[in-house]
Design a binder for this molecule. Structure first.
Ligand code: C2E
Ligand code: CA
Ligand code: CA
Length: 670
C-alpha cells in the first residue's frame, strides 16, 4: 500500500500565495498589520477549513470505497470456495463415472460371454439399426453360420415355424413390436435340423421415451423332450384305462376345437341301463370286461370318422361329426340300437343290454363344450328317469326339471327328519271267505307346502339317490311294530306286506339290517311279507334269490309284485323263493273285457298254483272283476272295490269289525 502525503499539490499553491500576500502586508503595513493579520488568519482558516472539509470528504469516500472493495473481496472469496467445492464434487463424480464405466464394460463383457456361451439360445433384435444378434448356442441349434443367420433371421423365424403355429407366433410378435405386449413367452414347433421340434421363445421389448421400439431380447429353448413327456402324460390322462377309449377330458378338449370350427355335429351320451347290477352280482372285474366289449362294439358301430369315449363309470359318448351321419341320424340310431341289442358273452353267461341315450345338437343345443356335455348328460338322465332304453334330445325345460329334482331330493331328506312320512295300510281280502288275509303297507307323504305327493313321484328319485334305504328301513320297522301289535292276540294273524325296493335288496348288508329289525321289534317273521317287483328279481336273480331264501328260512314270506309287467323267464320263476304272486292291475283291468285279458290272468293263476304260490289280484275296482277272479280260483283280491289304503287307526277298526265278512258296501253284489 502507498504511504499517504500530508500536503498535496492542491493545498500547496494556495498556501504559497497566501504567504506571499502576508509578507507584502508586513512590509507595507506593519503597524496595522494586526488587523490584516487577523483577516489573513481568518482567510487562511477559512481556506484551510474549506480544504479540510474537502479532505475529510475525500477520506470518507475512500473509506466507503475501501468497504466496498472489502465486500467484493469477501464475495469473491465465497464464490471461490463454492467453485472449489463444485470442482471437488465434479472430480468425485468423474471418478465415479469412470468406475461405473469400468463396471459397465465388465457387465457388457460378462453379458456378451453369457450371450455367446449360455446353454440357452439367446437373441437380440436391435430395432434402431434393424440388426439381429444371435448367440453361439442359437446358431448351434439351428445349424447356421452367423452371417447367414443374422441376415436372414426374419426369414428363419417365418419359414421355420410350423404352419399350424405360424399365425399365432407372428400375431404375437406384431403385438410386441407395436408395444401392446412387453414380455412374452410362446411355445411353437420350429424346423430344427430338418425336423419340427417344440421350442419355447421368450422375450422382452424395450422402448425409448417416445414409445418407439429400440430392441427385443430373448431366449429360445428346445423343449421337445419336455413336451414329449407332457404329451405322453396328457395322452395317459386322456385315456380310460378300462376300455382304452378317450375319456371325458379328451372329449372336452376335442369339443372345444370342434365348436371353434362351427360345423354342425351331434353329441350323444349313452348310459348302460342296470349296469350296477352286473358289478354288484358278478364283481367289478366282470363288469370291466363287459364295458371293454361294449366300448369296442360302439366304436365299430360309430365308424372311423366318429369319436367314441368313455365319460364315466358306465357312461359312453359318441361324437358324430361326419356330415352324412349327422344328416341321416335316424338311420345311424337304428343301426346302433340293433348292434347294442346283441348279447354280450362273458364265460358261460350271456347279457342283454339297453342304453338310455341323451343327445345334443351343435349349435342348436349348446354353444360351448361345457354346455353341450351338460345338456347331453341332462337329456340322458331324463331318458333314464322316464323308463330306460330310451333316447331323448335335450330340451331347455329339462334343466328346470333337473332343478326340481334337486329340490325334491332336499325335501325328502327334510321329510325324514321332520316326520312327514306316514304309512297307510290297504287290506287284502280272501276271495273264498271274504276275510281280510293281509295288509299292504304303503308310504304316504304329506308335504307341508305341496300337500300330498304320490309315492310314484318320489320313490324313483329316492332310489336314484340312495335315500330309499333310510326310507325303507323306517317303513319296515314301523310295519313290523304294527304287525306285532295287531297280531299279538290273534288266532288268525294278518300278515303285513312291505314293498322293498331293488336298491335296498342290492345292499350288501341288507339281510343283516332286516333281520336286525325283526329281532328288535319282536315281530314273528311269519307275520311279515316282503314284496319285490318282478323286474327287480330278474335283474340279478342269483344274488337276490339267495338273500330272499335266507329271509324265507326265518319265516318271512316273499311276494312277487306287479307280476306280468317284467320279463321273467319260466326257468327263473321256477327257482325263485316266492310264496305269493301279485298279478299286476293292468291284467285285472282286462279280465272283464272282451279279448284275451281274462285268459291270460287265468293262465297266470294256474301257473302260480302249479309253482306252489298263492295269488293276489291287484287293483280290483269292479264287482265283475272280483267275481271272475273268484271263478278263476284266484286266492286274494286287493283294490278300491274292497278297501282303499287307510291310516293305522282306521285299519285297526276295519280288521276288528270285518273278520269273516264281506265289506259292507259289497253286500248287495256278492
Ligand atoms: P304297488 O306296490 O303296486 O302298490 C299298489 C298301488 O296300487 C298303491 O299305490 C295302491 O294305492 C294302488 N291301488 C290299490 N288298489 C287300487 C285300485 O283298485 N286301483 C288303482 N288304480 N290303484 C290301486 P300307491 O300307494 O300310490 O303306490 C304306488 C307304488 O309306489 C307302489 O305300487 C309301490 O311300487 C310304490 N310304493 C308305495 N309305498 C311304498 C313303500 O313303502 N316302499 C316302496 N319301496 N315302494 C312303495
Ligand atoms: Ca306292492
Ligand atoms: Ca303292485
Amino acid at each position: 500500500m502507498k504511504k499517504k502525503r500530508f500536503i498535496t499539490a492542491d493545498i500547496f499553491f494556495p498556501l504559497f500565495t497566501v504567504l506571499l500576500f502576508c509578507l507584502y502586508a508586513y512590509l507595507r503595513l506593519f503597524y496595522d498589520s494586526m488587523l490584516v493579520t487577523a483577516v489573513s488568519v481568518i482567510a487562511v482558516a477559512s481556506v484551510s477549513g474549506y480544504y479540510s472539509i474537502r479532505v475529510r470528504k475525500k477520506r470518507d469516500l475512500l473509506y466507503t470505497q475501501k468497504a466496498d472493495i472489502k465486500r467484493y473481496y469477501d464475495k469473491l472469496s465465497e464464490e471461490y470456495v463454492k467453485l472449489n467445492n463444485s470442482h471437488n464434487e465434479l472430480k468425485s463424480k468423474y471418478k465415479e463415472l469412470e468406475a461405473n464405466q469400468a463396471e459397465l464394460a465388465k457387465s457388457k463383457e460378462r453379458l456378451q460371454s453369457l450371450f455367446d456361451y449360455s446353454h440357452e439360445a439367446l437373441w437380440e433384435y436391435d430395432a434402431v439399426e434393424e440388426k439381429w444378434h444371435l448367440s453361439n448356442r442359437f446358431l448351434e441349434i439351428c445349424k447356421f453360420d452367423r452371417e447367414q443367420a443374422e441376415t436372414k433371421v426374419n426369414i428363419i423365424f417365418e419359414d421355420f415355424i410350423h404352419p399350424d403355429d405360424k399365425y399365432y407366433v407372428l400375431k404375437m410378435l406384431s403385438q410386441v413390436k407395436s408395444g401392446k405386449m412387453k414380455k412374452f413367452s410362446i411355445e411353437c414347433r420350429m424346423l430344427i435340423n430338418g425336423e419340427y421340434r417344440w421350442a419355447r421363445i421368450r422375450g422382452m421389448a424395450f422402448f425409448d421415451k417416445s414409445g418407439n421400439l429400440t430392441r427385443i431380447t430373448g431366449s429360445f429353448t428346445d423343449i421337445q423332450t419336455e413336451k414329449a413327456k407332457e404329451e405322453k402324460m396328457l395322452e395317459l390322462a386322456c385315456v380310460d384305462p378300462i376300455t382304452d377309449l378317450p375319456n371325458r377330458m379328451w372329449l372336452s378338449n376335442y369339443l372345444e376345437s370342434l365348436v371353434k370350427s362351427n360345423n354342425p355335429f351331434i353329441l350323444m351320451y349313452l348310459d348302460l341301463d342296470n349296469f350296477k347290477v352286473i358289478n354288484d352280482t358278478f364283481g367289478n372285474v366282470y363288469g370291466d370286461v363287459i364295458l371293454k366289449k361294449m366300448g369296442l362294439r360302439l366304436k365299430n358301430c360309430a365308424g372311423k370318422d366318429s369319436a367314441v369315449c368313455k365319460v364315466s363309470g358306465d357312461e359312453f359318448a359318441i361324437l358324430l361329426t361326419d356330415k352324412d351321419k349327422v344328416d341321416s341320424f335316424d338311420l345311424f340310431i337304428d343301426k346302433l340300437r340293433e348292434k347294442i341289442s346283441e348279447p354280450i358273452r362273458v364265460d358261460e353267461n350271456e347279457f342283454h343290454f339297453t342304453f338310455s341315450i341323451g343327445i345334443a345338437f351343435f349349435p342348436e343345443d349348446g354353444q360351448t363344450a361345457d354346455d353341450l356335455m351338460k345338456n347331453a348328460d341332462t337329456a340322458m338322465l331324463k331318458a333314464k328317469s322316464t323308463g330306460k332304453n330310451l333316447l331323448r334330445r335335450f330340451e331347455k325345460r329339462m334343466n328346470d326339471e333337473l332343478y326340481e329334482k334337486l329340490l325334491l331330493e332336499r325335501d325328502i331328506r327334510k321329510a325324514l327328519e321332520n316326520g312327514e312320512f306316514h304309512i297307510f295300510y290297504q287290506p287284502q281280502v280272501c276271495l273264498e271267505d271274504h276275510t281280510i288275509t293281509g295288509l299292504e303297507a304303503l308310504i304316504r307323504w304329506f308335504h307341508p307346502e305341496r300337500g300330498y305327493i304320490e309315492p310314484i313321484e318320489f320313490i324313483p328319485l329316492a332310489e336314484e339317490v340312495g335315500l330309499i334305504n333310510r326310507i325303507g328301513e323306517w317303513i319296515f320297522t314301523k310295519a313290523c311294530k304294527f304287525s306285532a301289535k295287531i297280531n299279538k292276540n290273534r288266532t288268525d294273524p294278518i300278515p303285513v306286506s312291505v314293498n322293498v325296493s331293488p336298491v335296498q335288496l342290492l345292499q350288501h348288508d341288507f339281510l343283516y339290517r332286516f333281520i336286525n329289525i325283526i329281532e328288535k321289534t319282536g315281530v314273528n317273521p311269519g307275520w311279515m311279507v316282503i314284496e319285490i317287483t318282478e323286474s327287480a328279481l330278474m335283474e340279478s336273480h342269483k344274488e337276490n334269490a339267495l338273500k330272499l331264501r335266507e329271509l324265507k328260512k326265518i319265516g318271512i314270506k316273499i311276494a312277487l309284485d306287479d307280476f306280468g309287467t317284467g320279463y321273467s323267464s319260466m326257468q327263473h320263476l321256477q327257482g325263485l323263493p316266492v310264496d305269493i304272486m301279485k298279478i299286476d292291475r293292468s291284467f285285472i283291468r282286462n279280465v272283464s273285457k272282451p279279448g284275451n285279458g281274462g285268459k291270460l290272468t287265468e293262465a297266470m293263476i294256474i301257473l302260480a298254483h302249479r309253482l306252489g304260490m298263492s295269488v293276489v289280484a291287484e287293483g280290483v275296482e269292479e264287482m265283475e272283476q272280483y267275481q271272475i277272479l273268484r271263478k278263476y280260483g284266484c286266492d286274494v283280491a286287493q283294490g278300491y272295490l274292497l278297501y282303499e289304503p287307510v291310516p293305522e287307526n282306521k285299519v285297526i277298526k276295519i280288521i276288528n269289525k270285518s273278520s269273516n265278512i264281506i265289506p259292507e258296501h259289497m253286500y248287495q253284489n256278492a
